[in-house]
Design a protein around this ligand. Structure first.
Ligand code: ADP
Length: 676
């Protein structure tokens, strides 16, 4: 060999050829065939290949590899063409084999086996360049006579960074004799190759393209090397062998890129599959939850219906539009309407205009958030009229804020509707009426004999019918006092019964609040003096539309109690004032009787207005009361559309307060009358 044994070809291959998009298989094969043929023809026409200096490897250039260049004879040329065709065919077959797999390990193994077979060389391996500079043969085809080096880890010194840069730029190294001085092999590497009996070697880089936007030598990533070793002796590597190695290294580059892409795709598909499976599982869970919730809701509703249908009361839920959202069987039974037909009907449609007009104010209150109870008269399907007791309980939306009782938002809870409970109280009413009638009859029957007993006792007390002993006089006094109380009790019972039953109508007229105060004070003056109480009134002139006798009766009742329960030498004040527009009861006059007596416990402030209720059960005896005074007062005030209540601080005194509407224009009077 006149020239060097080594040929270093710096192939300025377009490494972007490794890019997938440029490599349909048929194109690769055709391209290879044409390249090989063209090169051979070119070589046949030139004596020697030019030895252009290698810009990357500045070592002395080596003579080109041995080439079997045919002499200019058509037969030889034809034979050469034939040979080249066979080789190109062989190459395409190998490429096809490589491409048949998507498994990189399999591709690498096929490559080394095929290269070893075609080149008939002793060892072919794929050396993986690792990121830390070290490396490792990861595929190997080696003849049995030679040492296998698969899996051995080689230090960075064996393959320094400068070499890596050169290979990344496309360097191909063909060394025919590693011991020849022209091989240019570093001393340490000679020792290294000796270790594995290497005599000649051919190295091509396996690179793959990272980013096609960048210039070629910036894009290439040195993945590894495709290496052929000749161990049985030195070997000249010819052009075809170089081409074959390069093309196969390119194919490996493509396979790696494909593998990465596939891996990426597989990762994406796997991630998406997991996401979809998760979404699917969530969806299934949600559907299952909804079905379970719906089943539970149905079951609850059925249970609720079962319970509510068994009760002899009307139970319903009405929304803010005053439409039925739920109603029990009793509705159908009482009203003769189809159970389902009531659903979503308006209150007015179900009850009729007249009945609804009585309900409406209470419905408005319930929808404003107030729990209300009232009595009403309803007409049933059979035409009978029933007295009913109705309770409306507002229902608030269960918002997250409402779950936290201390939350400020809690105050702004939204009304969703109200529960309505209607029970038949006709029987109770009938009994009450009977009782009232009975009391009325008894009282009437008692009043006449009582009056005569009372008169007889009074006459006896005068002594006109003879003198009595002191004990007799004392007995007569007790009898007189008790008869007096009995007469008052009978009168009170009759009064109350008459007012409540509507037997007496309030004879309303225009009155002055000041006049009423003065009349009541005058009436109670004697009793006040008897108890050493000072009556102080603060009359204020305000027009009222009331029955003056009944209002004076209410005032005198309150004054009488105040005097009775006050210690001597204290003041009882009677006053009246007009309530302003911002108060709870605008357009009203507020009357007030205040004393400095023992006061009333908070727990009794309401119950003392009920019949026969007293703070202390001995009050009736000690104070000569009947327990009916406040009940009569409340009945009178409510008949006038007013309100009465008591306020008290125990040990300091009590204040009894009632309000009456101010004189209204005539139209309003008529309305009041109608309502009352
Ligand atoms: P009575 O005829 O017993 O006074 P009332 O209905 O007028 O019946 O009063 C009921 C009860 O209320 C009284 O028995 C008493 O216990 C209490 N009461 C009423 N007014 C006063 C008052 N000014 N101070 C203290 N207790 C009072």
């Amino acid at each position: 060999m006149a020239q060097s044994d080594a040929v270093i070809v710096h192939a300025k291959r377009k490494l972007s050829q490794t890019s997938l998009k440029q490599y349909p298989l048929s194109h690769t094969v055709r391209h290879t065939t044409i390249t090989l043929l063209t090169r051979k023809l070119a070589l046949s026409n030139s004596a020697e290949r030019s030895t252009t200096p290698d810009p990357i490897n500045p070592k002395p250039s080596h003579p080109p590899a041995r080439r079997s260049v045919p002499k200019a004879g058509s037969r030889e040329l034809l034979e050469e063409l034939q040979r080249q065709y066979q080789r190109a065919k062989l190459f395409s077959e190998v490429t096809l084999k490589i491409r048949q797999s998507l498994n990189l390990k399999e591709i690498l193994q096929t490559t080394v086996v095929e290269v070893q077979r075609i080149l008939d060389t002793d060892r072919v391996l794929i050396y993986r360049v690792l990121p830390d500079g070290t490396g490792q043969p990861i595929s190997e085809a080696v003849l049995p006579d030679y040492q296998a080096i698969l899996g051995m880890r080689f230090p960075e010194e064996v393959f320094p960074t400068e070499y890596q840069t050169l290979y990344a730029a496309g360097r191909v190294q063909a060394i025919a004799d590693v011991y020849a001085p022209q091989s240019g092999l570093a001393e340490c590497l000679v020792e290294f190759v000796e270790q594995f009996g290497i005599k000649a070697k051919l190295i091509v880089p396996i690179v793959f393209n990272l980013d096609t936007e960048l210039p070629a030598n910036h894009q290439n990533h040195l993945w590894g090397l495709l290496i052929a070793h000749q161990c049985r002796g030195p070997r000249q590597w010819d052009e075809f062998e170089l081409e074959l190695m390069q093309q196969l290294a390119d194919q490996i580059g493509i396979a790696i890129a494909q593998g990465e892409l596939l891996e990426n795709l597989e990762t994406i598909v796997a991630t998406r599959t997991i996401e979809l499976q998760q979404a699917n599982a969530n969806l299934k869970q949600e559907i299952a939850d909804r079905i379970a919730a719906e089943t539970a809701r149905r079951r609850n509703e059925e249970q609720l219906r079962l319970i509510t249908n068994a009760l002899p009361v009307l139970i319903a839920y009405i929304n803010t539009k005053q439409r039925y959202q739920f109603n029990n069987q009793a509705y159908a039974d009482w009203l003769g309407q189809d159970l389902a037909s009531i659903s979503d009907k308006h209150l007015k449609q179900v009850w009729g205009k007249t009945c609804y007009s009585r309900m409406q104010p209470w419905v408005t209150k319930a929808l404003a958030g107030e729990t209300v109870t009232y009595e009403n008269e309803i007409q049933l399907a059979d035409g009978s009229t029933r007295s009913v007791d109705i309770t409306y309980i507002p229902h608030y939306a269960t918002t997250p804020a409402a779950k936290h009782p201390r939350s400020k938002k809690n105050k702004r809870r939204k009304i969703q509707g109200f529960f309505a409970l209607t029970s038949d109280i006709s029987d109770r009413k009938a009994i009450e009426r009977m009782k009232d009638e009975f009391i009325s009859v008894v009282s009437h029957e008692l009043r006449t004999p009582l009056t005569s007993i009372h008169s007889a006792l009074k006459i006896l007390a005068t002594g006109r019918l003879g003198d009595l002993s002191n004990d007799g006089k004392q007995m007569l006094g007790i009898a007189d006092e008790n008869t007096d109380r009995l007469v008052r009790l009978v009168n009170n019972v009759l009064d109350l019964q008459r007012i409540e039953s509507g037997a007496v109508t309030m004879d309303r007229q225009i009155c002055d609040a000041a006049d009423l105060l003065v009349k009541a004070t005058e009436a109670m003056q004697a009793m006040a003096q008897q108890h050493h109480i000072t009556l102080a009134d603060q009359p204020m002139s305000m027009p009222l539309w009331v029955d003056p006798d009944y209002i004076v009766q209410a005032l005198t009742n309150l004054l009488s109690n105040a005097i009775k329960f006050s210690p001597p030498e204290t003041i009882v004040t009677l006053s009246a004032k007009r309530l302003n527009a911002t108060s709870n009861r605008p357009n009203s006059v507020q009357f007030q009787v205040q004393d400095h007596g023992p006061g009333i416990p908070q727990t009794k402030l309401e119950s003392i207005f009920e019949r026969f209720h007293q703070v202390d059960s001995s009050d009736a005896r000690k104070k000569g009361g009947t327990g009916l005074g406040l009940t009569i007062c409340r009945t009178i005030i409510e008949q006038h559309n007013g309100h009465i209540w008591a306020e008290s601080t125990e040990g300091q005194g009590s204040t009894f307060i009632f309000t009456l509407p101010l004189l209204q224009p005539p139209a309003t009077h008529a309305e009041d009358d109608h309502e009352s």
